[in-house]
Design a protein around this ligand. Structure first.
Ligand SMILES: NC(=O)c1ccc[n+]([C@@H]2O[C@H](COP(=O)([O-])OP(=O)(O)OC[C@H]3O[C@@H](n4cnc5c(N)ncnc54)[C@H](O)[C@@H]3O)[C@@H](O)[C@H]2O)c1
Length: 308
């Protein structure tokens, strides 16, 4: 199992670290455009191998895609992150060009790979890969919902005063401050709906804090977060590499599912060795359906800025 991560910055390196620590991959290649940067991150990470007890070999490359040849899974984290006060959508001008050229170079050397898109605005970058490559849709996966759901569970556990292992919940929709749809009516504590424990105000607070979860961290850190994003990507990579058939909300190309067409947006999917093996249809209430439609309108507006 060979995995390439393009972009050895905060998210890319964190993702490589979590993949290595979980010890399921034989090789991780980090690639970056900055001279020596990926090689340095790879060497530093390899020097944690004996301390953290993993055998995954991590190597680095400066823009040499031949080193990524025959990867099973490729992850795109290259591009600029947002600064405090910015939206993810504002990154499109620079990141679209990067994602387009990086995806083409990756496919040239690993034509059978499954591609995970992380760079923002992620739903639009996933759509861009769909429109500009010949990859089948099951092999193009946008990561956003897995992270947003982890942030939702963090806020739910906080409001409930419960350990996170007691809590389950999922966020679908666009990966943006306004577009996320945290499915509060489906969220549970040990299979009991959270509405049994939380007031309307508490649930509204959880939903709102989840939606601005990334912006809250960007304000605190001065740049966008990396531990939870890296861990979320590693979860998707592991589900594919180990054929786990796990369900995650991922951005995928829709053809009628959830009443949507010609868009990549977050919906629950089953991940296994073929990438997205199934899009899971779940029953949404009227309010959630409306929010999903509004979210899709927001993603479409950003998609219109693409030159495809
Ligand atoms: N989808 C999500 O849930 C999620 C979460 C967090 C961050 N992000 C996004 O991920 C991206 C990376 O964030 P980060 O914090 O790691 O940024 P970063 O600046 O720390 O790292 C980005 C890296 O990409 C490299 N890069 C730029 N152009 C490149 C190219 N053409 N080829 C190869 N490498 C190139 C840069 O040199 C840099 O090292 C941003 O767009 C950010 O918004 C997405």
């Amino acid at each position: 199992m060979k995995i390439t991560v393009v972009g050895a910055g905060a998210v890319g390196a964190s993702c490589a670290e979590y993949i290595a620590i979980k010890n399921f991959a034989s090789e991780v290649v980090l690639l970056d455009i900055k001279e020596g940067y990926a090689e340095g991150k790879a060497m530093d990470l390899m020097q944690t191998a004996s301390l953290n007890g993993f055998d995954t070999k991590i190597t680095g490359s400066t823009s040499d895609y031949s080193k990524t040849a025959d990867s099973n899974i490729v992850v795109i984290t290259s591009g600029i992150p947002r600064k405090p006060g910015m939206t993810r959508e504002e990154l499109i001008g620079i990141n679209a060009g990067i994602v387009k050229s990086v995806s083409a170079s990756l496919i040239k050397h690993s034509p059978n790979a499954i591609m995970i898109v992380v760079s923002n605005p992620m739903d639009t970058m996933t759509y861009l890969v769909h429109k500009t490559t010949d990859l089948p849709k099951n092999r193009i996966i946008g990561m956003g919902g897995a992270l947003d759901s982890a942030r939702f569970k963090y806020r739910l556990a906080e409001a409930l005063g419960a350990p996170i292992s007691d809590v389950d919940g999922m966020v679908i929709g666009g990966h943006s401050d306004t577009g996320m749809v945290p499915l509060i009516s489906h969220a549970t504590r040990n299979s009991v709906k959270v509405s049994e424990f939380l007031s309307e105000d508490q649930m509204d607070y959880v939903v709102q804090e989840t939606k601005v979860g990334g912006a809250t961290l960007t304000k605190l850190l001065g740049t966008s977060a990396w531990y939870a994003p890296g861990a979320a990507v590693s979860g998707l990579v592991q589900a594919i590499a180990c054929d786990q058939k796990k369900m995650f909300p991922c951005s995928t190309f829709l053809e009628g599912e959830y009443g949507l067409n010609d868009i990549c947006i977050g919906v629950p999917v089953i991940l296994g060795r073929n990438g997205i093996e199934k899009i899971v249809a779940i029953e949404l209430g009227d309010a959630e359906k409306n929010k999903m439609q509004e979210s899709a309108e927001g993603v479409r507006k950003t998609n219109e800025l693409l030159d495809v």
